[in-house]
Design a protein around this ligand. Structure first.
Ligand code: ITT
Length: 215
């Protein structure tokens, strides 16, 4: 018999997507679409953005999902994500959105990161290793919580492409010639029909979530 700690709960009916980031919202809706879950966004419900006071991606995903579930009375699905650059000690990491706010926009934030790498003499791809992380949390109004984390490794290159969002243009995942900014949604976060691993951090976390909480 399974203990309470290993029993996963299935997501059914209506869910709030607890994000105010349009790029993430689009990806999260696309990921949920095949499962017949009706999704409404935090923005559509006029939900406030909670303070992200956690020190990890998982903690912040939980804060966002819990806040939306408490206020809406619906199961809520949140993502906390970011880009970790090895030569910068893992920055911007959980501060990825903040860096873009501070510099004004994502092109400037990518410029700041690229400049910091150049100042440190990190020119070659091997010196510019980076990974994206996505922590996904689903919280039910009764407090039940499920969390999953996915990562994708690659390196920082010159920004290319206008697809995707955020830091996509200058991140090239290992084993690919294109940056995330040059990839279609299907290439970046499509779920392969043959059961193999998806590419993006968010799609990888979602595959784990789907295995436990959907279908
Ligand atoms: P919410 O908290 O409302 O969801 P946010 O933009 O504040 O929105 P985060 O705190 O999780 O979200 O910050 C994540 C940052 O990392 C944000 O600036 C994103 O644009 C960026 N990011 C996350 N996933 C990304 C991806 O797949 N491609 C490019 N950039 C990404």
């Amino acid at each position: 018999m399974m203990s309470a700690h290993t029993a996963h709960r299935k997501l059914e009916g209506r869910v709030v997507i607890a994000t105010h980031n349009a790029g993430k919202l689009r990806e999260m809706k696309e990921l949920l679409a095949p499962y017949g879950i009706a999704a409404v966004s935090a923005g559509e419900l006029g939900l406030a953005e909670p303070d992200e006071t956690g020190t990890t991606f998982l903690a912040n995903a939980e804060i966002k999902a819990r806040a939306a579930a408490d206020v809406s009375g619906l199961p809520s699905f949140a993502d906390d994500s970011g880009l970790c650059v090895d030569a910068l000690g893992g920055d911007p990491g959980i501060y990825s959105a903040r860096w873009a706010k501070e510099t004004g926009d994502f092109p400037s934030a990518m410029g700041r990161i690229t400049d910091m790498l150049s100042e440190r003499g990190a020119i070659e791809p091997a010196q510019r290793r980076a990974h994206f992380v996505s922590a996904l949390a689903i919280c039910w109004p009764d407090g039940h919580l499920e969390t999953f984390e996915g990562k994708v490794f690659g390196f920082i290159d010159k920004p290319r492409g206008e697809k995707g969002f955020g830091y996509d243009p200058f991140f090239q995942p290992d084993g690919h010639e294109l940056t995330f900014g040059e990839m279609s949604s299907e290439e970046k976060h499509g779920i392969p029909a043959d059961g193999s691993q998806a590419l993006s951090h968010r799609a990888r976390a979602f595959q784990m979530l789907a295995g436990k909480c959907l279908g």
